[in-house]
Ligand binder design. Sequence first.
Ligand code: HEM
Ligand SMILES: *[C@@H]1O[C@H](CO)[C@@H](O)[C@H](O)[C@H]1NC(C)=O
Length: 337
Amino acid sequence: MANSMRYSYSIVLLSLLVIILGALITSSEAQDPSQLSLDYYLKTCPKAQEIVRAEMECAVREDPRNAAKIIRLHFHDCFVQGCDGSVLLDDTATLIGEKQADQNVNSLKGFEVVDKIKEKLEAECPGIVSCADLVAIAARDATILVGGPYWDVPVGRMDSKTASLEAANTDIPAPQQGLVTLISKFWAKGLSATDMVALVGSHTIGVSRCVNFRDRIYGDFELTTNNDPSSAAYLSKLKETCPQDGGDDNISPMDYITPTTFDNAFFETLIKGEGLLNSDQEMYSSMLGYQTADLVTKWWADTGSFFKQFSDSMVKMGNITNPDGGEVRKNCRFVNT
Ligand code: HEM
Ligand SMILES: *[C@@H]1O[C@H](CO)[C@@H](O)[C@H](O)[C@H]1NC(C)=O
C-alpha cells in the first residue's frame, strides 16, 4: 500500500518534471527569433542584399546626407524595444509611434528612403524581408558608400506590432547629457563605453540643428579650444549659422573637416575642442573620461582600428532584438492588418 502510493507519487513528480523541462525548452525556443544569421534570406530572397544596395547607391548619390539619416535611424530603432522597426511606425488612431519623441521629432529622417527600398523588396519577394533587417542592411551600405568599412549583417529580425514613445523619450541619449549618463544609457542596452565612442564616431557624417548645439557654442566651446585662432574663426561661423535667438533648424556638419566622408576626422575635431555637440566633446574632455579620451586619441591616429571597432559595435547594436518577436510588415509605417 505505502509502496504503491510512493510509486504513483514518483510518477506524478516525474511527469511534472518532464512538463516543466519541456516548458523551459520550448520557452527558450520561443525566444529564438532573436537568433540572427547571415544566410536567413539565402533561399527565400537571395536578391535582398543586392536590392538594398542598389537603392542605397541611388539615395546616397542623390544626397550624401541620406547615408547619415539611415545610420541614425538604425540607432534610434535599436535603442527602443530592440531593432524591430518600431521607429518606422506612423502614429495612427490605434497606435502611438516614436516619431514625436524628443530626439526624433523634426530631426529623424530617411523614412522615404526606407519606403522606397521596401517597395522594391516587396516586388521581388513579398512578405519576406523585415523592415528592421532592411534598415540594418541599409545602414551598413550607407557606411560603405561614404567611405566607411564593410561588415556582414546578421539578419532574421522581426518587425514589432507595437512602439514605445515613452521608451524613446527615456532611452535615446540626448546631446545635453553628461558622460556618465551617456555611458549608462549604452550599458542599459548591453553596449560598453568603447562601443559608444566607436558608434558616436558616425558623427563623422551628418549634421546637427542649431537647437542642439546653441548651448555649446554660447557656453564652454571657447574653454575647450585653448584659444586657437582657427577654432575662434570656426566658432564665429557657427554663431552666424546659429544665432542666440531663432534659427533653431539651421544645420551645421558635426565633422566640418570632411562632412560627407566616413573617416576619423571627427575625432580630430574633439581633440581640438571643436566638438559641435556637448555630448561629443564630453567623450574627450570630461574629467571622468580618461578611458573614452584614450579611445578618441587612438582612433584619431589609426583609422583601421576605428573601422574595425565600428563594424563590431554596429553588429553588436544590431544584435539587440525584441524578445516579443513580431511579423514581417508589408508597409514599414503600419503593422499588418
Ligand atoms: C552619445 C550618444 C548620442 C547622442 C547624444 C547623439 C546626438 C545626436 C544629435 C543631437 C544629432 C543631431 C540631430 C538634429 O539636430 O536633428 C545627431 C545626429 C546624428 N547621429 Fe547621433 N547621437 C549619439 C549617438 C549616435 C550613434 C550611436 C549613432 C549611430 C550609430 C549616431 C548617428 C548619428 C548620425 C549619422 C547623425 C546625422 C543625422 C543626419 O544628418 O540626419 N549618433 N546625433
Ligand atoms: C551577433 O549575433 C550573431 C547571431 O546571433 C552572433 O553570431 C554574433 O556573435 C553576435 N555578435 C556580437 C558582436 O554580439
